[in-house]
Design a protein around this ligand. Sequence first.
Ligand SMILES: O=P(O)(O)OP(=O)(O)OP(=O)(O)O
Length: 157
Amino acid sequence: MGIEIERKFLVNKTKWQQVEKPAGEFYRQGYLLTDPNKTIRVRQTSDKGFLTIKGISVGATRAEYEYEVPVGEAKELLDQFCVAELSKIRFKISVGQHVWEVDEFLGNNTGLLVAEIELTSEDEIFTLPDWIDSEVTGDEKYYNSNLVTHPYKDWKS
Ligand SMILES: O=P(O)(O)OP(=O)(O)OP(=O)(O)O
């Protein structure tokens, strides 16, 4: 069974701006369903397409099945079938043995900066970079599938 174990954190904007990082990659992604128990995500990157099915999270773990699809078909699926979509720039940064994925959201989610780290077990030890703020693993507000319908710009602080 496909499993994703991932922890999610907010990023300190000021410190992040000072980090030396490789160029980010533009991601466009949308969802074929609005169902809290499962998501079917279509993602288009600069040169690749993906179809990803995810289950509900238990702790930092959820079922995940991902398939690469032709990028042109990912675009067609997004254009024709997705209920809602978002875009972001994803940065990948190696820290110790792990790769952090930092998303700078665009459009209605501009201002939101979220970092994720994929692990091989829930209790795996990893290094927290100094640009990490609080942990938001499991907070549904930050699920990308939620951000398409409840974007950051509409949140009340
Ligand atoms: O890139 P992923 O698989 O971590 O997924 P995402 O679409 O960026 O976000 P979420 O963890 O909210 O599904």
